[in-house]
Structure formats: structure tokens, C-alpha cells
Design a protein around this ligand. Sequence first.
Ligand SMILES: C[S@@+](CC[C@H](N)C(=O)[O-])C[C@H]1O[C@@H](n2cnc3c(N)ncnc32)[C@H](O)[C@@H]1O
Length: 212
Amino acid sequence: MPVTYDLEGQKRVYATWAKFYDRIYVRLLARAQREAVAAACACGPDILEIGVGTGLTLPYFTPGSRVLGADLSLDMLKVASRKVAAQKLGHVRGLMVMDACRLGFADERFDAVTAQFVITLVPDPEQALAEMDRVLKPGGEIIISSRLVDDDAITAPLWAMLAPLAKAVGWSTDFKVRRLTDWAASTNRYDTVHVGKGYFKVVRLRKRPDAA
Ligand SMILES: C[S@@+](CC[C@H](N)C(=O)[O-])C[C@H]1O[C@@H](n2cnc3c(N)ncnc32)[C@H](O)[C@@H]1O
């Protein structure tokens, strides 16, 4: 069955969210965002942040990094751009409108690719992962943080209470970790090196140094 891309709908949703996203999510997402950023910085300086949004993650990168941020929503990027200027985040080398499934970068351009709280919004996550793979250097990592469900999950009451907040921002409540680790295994070129615990998880997929 063909995947339907409602990219315009997604942009409309985030045009509204751009105005108050930070106030709601800055603390809620910080732990996973910091963990993902630290893992990315450990891979090397050239980092692509897909679905960078309002740039909540951008202050967490080390000054020596060179970060490019891509997002579907110009409205979210405008907030990120103001943040970069106000906080003088010189390691942020560019912010651009781009679909995760069609990245406008050369092959093997980045040491790490992060996608934080976005993979569950993309209609074709495997296509987005394939694009991340294309632009990632061998030895680098794809680092995903998101609301990810344990493969053997039974929904705990606390998580059920948080579900409306997750749904409001468009997160899936049934995206399993396995969808990422299965993709990694299917490539024969990636190893799953970390699967975090808790409601918001960080998953790290490392591209083998000898990957063709
Ligand atoms: C929940 S926000 C996360 C923002 C940021 N990564 C964070 O951690 O705060 C999701 C972001 O993904 C973007 N997005 C949704 N679909 C996308 C796609 N197909 N390609 C690129 N960005 C996308 C939205 O515009 C929005 O800015």
C-alpha cells in the first residue's frame, strides 16, 4: 500500500505548536535530548539534527561541533533561528526546511544523525532511516529519541495518563523499539548499540566502519 504524505497537514500543526512548544516540552524532553546529543557529539563534529523544531536541543551540543538542523516547518525553524541568535550558538552552522525522507545532502556527509521526537511522525520511517543511512559516514551513529514502546509493553497507568499530551503533539503511542532495531538488522550494516529505558527512549544504531 503506498504511504500517504500529509506534509502540509504536519506543517499546519507545527505552525500552531511553534508559539508555545518550548514552554510545554523544555523540561519534559530534556533528559532524553541531552543523552542523544552527548552520544552524537561523541561520534565527531559534523552532526545533522533532523526535525530540529524550535531548537530545544541546540544548546546541548558542544561548542566544537558543527550542527545542521533540518525541519519540515518553517514556523518551528524561525523560533530555532531566534534561539541560535539570542544564545549565540556558533556551533549551529545552518537551519533548513527539509523532509526527513528527502535529505538534500551528499552521501556520507555526517559523523552522526539525530532525530529527536520526530521518527513517529514520519509516514514512512524506514525511508527516513534509509536517508539517514545514506548521509552518515561509516562508523557513525543514527541516534533516535522518542516516545518508543517496549516490544513486550503493557501500558502502565502513568503512561496512559501522558497519552493525551503525546497525541496532541502528534506522537504515536504504539511505535515499538523493534521497528528501529529490525530496520538496523535488515541492513546487515548496523548494530544496535543502545536501547534506553523509560517513557522517552534513546536508541543508538551504529553503522559498521566497513559498511559499503
Ligand atoms: C515534536 S517536534 C520535535 C522537535 C525537536 N526535535 C525537539 O526534540 O524538541 C517534531 C518536529 O518534527 C518536524 N517534522 C515532522 N515531520 C517531519 C518530516 N517528515 N521531516 C522533517 N521534520 C519533520 C515537525 O515540524 C516538528 O518541528
